[in-house]
Write a protein of this length. Structure first.
Length: 275
């Protein structure tokens, strides 16, 4: 059984529709795929229907933008009640923060001679729950300023970029509590990517486990062999589930992030969601 527990559709910053993503997952031989769009669940129904049609199990998930000790951390939530009032309110606040910073970011780009309008961004975001930096990047590419998303982020839209504007992210411990209170499972996404090991230390993960965290995403392309070994040791010590995932975004990320490039072991999947 091949299981991929972290993918994105065009309801956030992926390029496949939810149904296309599921059909593509089936085509590459996956048995289980989780749709985990950023801060939104709007693709769930289409993905589940497509899964039933082609014979692949779809796990309903999300990737929540959070902050921990001042640093950005992403939290994967699985199979929670999407109508839970407290969680819905917090996700709305996160999405509003994502959308609300766009005018400032576009103004900063304009200062450097890059003319991108809100309409340009909306044309790229399409069915996404909120427009964000990847859609600005796509607009920059569409208008010929840059070659691809990576070039747009490097120096422009990343945290140190000329056009970057900070936004609201949910406190991590609160986000774990909200997912759990809504009946779901909580897993830290790519915990040691992009320098996150400095904040998500063994002690921090122990604190999160005590707060109800269920697992950590160990097998991810952003983790090298040493990082994976360290995370496995921590997961075993804390009794946390170890997941593996592609973090697929369609053409929104490079081919190394193809569906099923990293997978979750069956026994870990059963520990997380089997009950």
């Amino acid at each position: 059984m091949r299981i991929d527990l972290h993918t994105h559709s065009n309801r956030s910053d992926g390029t496949d529709s939810p149904a296309e993503l599921v059909r593509n997952a089936k085509a590459v031989g996956l048995d289980v795929v989780a749709l985990t769009d950023h801060d939104a669940t709007t693709g769930w129904d289409d993905a589940v229907a497509a899964g039933r049609s082609v014979g692949i199990h779809v796990v309903r998930g999300i990737e929540i933008s959070t902050r921990f000790h001042g640093e950005s951390v992403h939290l994967l939530g699985y199979e929670f009640d999407p109508g839970d009032a407290a969680l819905v309110a917090e996700l709305r606040r996160v999405l509003d923060g994502r959308e609300g910073r766009l005018p400032q970011m576009l103004a900063r780009l304009a200062e450097h001679g890059i003319d991108i309008t809100m309409a340009d961004v909306a044309a790229q975001s399409g069915d996404a729950a909120a427009s964000g930096r990847p859609h600005i990047a796509d607009a920059m590419v569409a208008k010929g300023y840059l070659a691809d998303r990576d070039e747009a982020f490097d120096g422009w839209l990343d945290a140190d970029g000329k056009a970057y504007v900070d936004r609201y992210a949910a406190p991590l411990l609160e986000a774990v509590r909200l997912v759990k209170d809504a009946g779901g499972k909580a897993v830290i996404a790519h915990p040691w990517s992009r320098g996150s090991d400095a904040v998500l230390t063994a002690a921090a993960l122990e604190e999160l486990a005590a707060a109800g965290l269920d697992g950590i995403e160990v097998d991810h392309n952003d983790h090298d062999v040493k990082a994976r070994a360290g995370l496995r040791d921590i997961a075993r010590a804390l009794g946390l589930v170890q997941t593996g995932s592609s973090d697929y975004h369609g053409s929104g990320k490079g081919p190394e992030f193809s569906l099923g490039c990293q997978t979750t072991a069956v026994q870990e999947y059963e520990r997380l969601l089997g009950g």
